[in-house]
Write a protein that binds this ligand. Structure first.
Ligand code: SAM
Length: 272
């Protein structure tokens, strides 16, 4: 079959699975052929080799497996990161958290921070690439994210700036740091998620407890107990009210919530 015909076939199968079937069909075929999308346009009448392998990629996608797990990579901020099953696919809204933290780092001349729940390394890697003097201790409770984040960090030659550590929250971080950043699991246990998320992404990265904000509250308490001045976290769209109440009870200097591009409450910067 030619590239043109294969794309028509794949697009038909991907309708109803994803929002942009033509685009994803092209991305997957380009990945299969180890070419870019322009190549497909310029070589429409060329025959596709090893069609069976490409059909298997499309079959995985029709079962809702995220595109990023199929190709093993995700675009985030200004980089491509390796991802695999067991590691959360970094989301565009987390870029807002990074920009807010970058503003604080710049303004306060911060040189040492910790990240809780490093996942693919998205937050830590982008931050140290912005600030060559910044050092980060990045924790995760699971082994796969730590291994994948290390691989991503090594790719960008950042081993002098990021240290990865297996830890529950910041329990194993005894060094003094000036700021903690985290995009922790914050979804309620019974929240109904789409199949591409719940059937493929790691539960440890998604669910924050029965209510959802349990880990966030624990992070707020732990960071306060360690006399660290700044905490910046992503959170769920419906968690502003309970978290505001919680921090008012424990007492902090200020908490400022921010929204994502869709206008939903998405996180906060806390000064103790
Ligand atoms: C929502 S993901 C965020 C990943 C990455 N930072 C990002 O923004 O794409 C949360 C991460 O926190 C980790 N995690 C869950 N519970 C944790 C805990 N108690 N201590 C440390 N890390 C934890 C998960 O394994 C997962 O990698």
């Amino acid at each position: 079959m030619t590239i043109k015909k294969v794309l028509v076939w794949a697009k038909e199968l991907l309708k109803g699975v994803c929002e942009r079937p033509q685009f994803e069909a092209e991305l997957l075929l380009a990945y299969h052929l180890k070419q870019d999308r322009i190549y497909l346009v310029l070589n429409e009448s060329k025959k596709v080799d090893d069609l069976k392998t490409f059909q298997e990629l499309i079959a995985r996608r029709t079962k809702n497996e995220p595109y990023e797990y199929i190709v093993g990579e995700a675009s985030f901020y200004d980089i491509e990161l390796k991802v695999e099953s067991g590691v959360l696919i970094p989301r565009p809204e987390t870029e807002i958290l990074i920009d807010l933290v970058a503003t604080i780092i710049e303004k306060e001349q911060i040189s040492s921070i910790a990240e809780i729940g490093v996942g693919s390394g998205a937050i830590s890697i982008v931050l140290v690439r912005k600030f060559p003097n910044l050092r980060i201790i990045a924790t995760d409770i699971c082994d796969t994210p730590l291994r994948v984040a290390k691989k991503n960090s090594d790719f960008f030659e950042l081993s002098k700036q990021i240290e990865f550590r297996k830890s529950n929250l910041i329990d194993e971080v005894s060094e003094s740091v000036e700021l903690v950043v985290s995009n922790p699991p914050y979804i309620a246990e019974d929240f109904l998620l789409e199949s591409n998320v719940v059937d493929y992404e790691p539960k440890e990265a998604l669910f924050g407890g029965r209510v959802g904000d349990e880990l966030l509250k624990q992070i707020i308490v732990d960071v306060k107990a360690r006399d660290i001045k700044y905490l910046a976290c992503e959170m769920g769209y419906d968690q502003k009210e309970p978290l505001e109440k919680f921090v008012n009870e424990i007492g902090v200097e200020s908490i400022t919530f921010y929204k994502d591009l869709a206008g939903f409450d998405r996180g906060f910067v806390l000064i103790y």
